[in-house]
Design a protein around this ligand. Structure first.
Ligand code: FE
Ligand code: FE
Ligand code: ZN
Length: 278
């Protein structure tokens, strides 16, 4: 069974999130492990985390993805903001060690005029400070739309970070379909070409998760506005091709479309029907 899930809006504990995923026909999910817009961490409850671990094993879940808070910017011009990013990631990764074998995804950040090179160096530097060699969580760099001074709109930029980070064995990449399309990659008419380019520049074994979103804007717009599947410039057919592409087999596919858990459940049902898993 293909691992399809969504970014869950429900909160109130990890075991509850696992059950919410099941309830919408998902066998993977994404969530925040702290308030997405603030720095406040959730209290660690080992019993709750253990319950989720057992539920995921019993129900045949694929790995889930914890998403770092949006306010995290490891390549800010402001040292205090960079420091906060390191603190948040270190705290989140400590929590994730209770759930070994899953992923922690973050937006590389915006260099705010410092330049891509400085930005990449700061991001790699933070990763080397917080990623532990013994850790059982792979940290994912997300492909971005390239909005403003965002790093990660080009595969080459992610490659640079991976090259600069000594902890690269614990790093991977999460590809967001809305973001790569907005960044200019033609996943609708040339998916094979885009995946070949990804393989050549980053290496397909690094690709650990896919965010499946349609885009409100045309390819190359550098906007980053997600649309419901089938209601944007990417379309259902292209998303289905991505989910069923042999090079992406076994990866978790996660919806981050602008709807709630119930709406994501309907999208999951629709996608499972299209791929013959319903
Ligand atoms: Fe994201
Ligand atoms: Fe995303
Ligand atoms: Zn986005």
């Amino acid at each position: 069974m293909t691992y399809i899930g969504a970014h869950l809006s429900s909160s109130g504990g990890f075991a509850k999130m696992g059950r919410a995923a099941l309830a919408i026909g998902a066998n993977t999910f994404q969530c925040f492990v702290r308030n997405p817009r603030g720095a406040k961490a959730k209290a660690v409850n080992p019993a709750d985390l253990e319950k989720l671990r057992v539920l995921m094993a019993e129900e045949g879940f694929g790995p889930f993805v914890a998403h770092a808070p949006y306010i995290m910017n490891p390549c800010s011009k402001d040292e205090g903001i960079r420091e906060l990013a390191a603190e948040m990631m270190a705290g989140d990764l400590a929590l994730m060690e209770h759930l070994p074998g899953n992923y922690y995804n973050f937006h590389p950040g915006s260099h705010v005029g410092q330049g891509v090179e400085t930005g990449c160096r700061q991001i790699a530097g933070m990763l080397d400070r917080v990623v532990r060699p013994e850790q059982k969580t792979v940290v994912l760099l997300e492909t971005m739309a390239g909005k403003g001074s965002e790093i990660g709109g080009r595969f080459e930029e992610l490659r640079t970070i991976l090259d600069l980070a000594s902890c690269r064995d614990q790093l991977g990449v999460c590809l967001d379909t809305c973001h790569v399309s907005d960044a200019g990659y033609d996943i609708v008419d040339d998916l094979d070409g885009v995946l070949e380019e990804f393989d050549r520049i980053i290496g397909l074994p690094r690709l650990k998760a896919i965010h499946i979103n349609d885009s409100l804007n045309p390819r190359g717009s550098r906007k980053d506005r997600h649309a419901l599947i089938g209601q944007g410039s990417i379309g259902t057919e292209a998303i289905v091709k991505i989910i069923t592409h042999p090079a992406l087999r076994g990866l978790p596919f996660l919806l981050e479309t602008p709807t709630d858990d119930k709406g994501h459940g309907e999208e999951i049902t629709m996608l499972r029907e299209k791929i013959g898993e319903q």
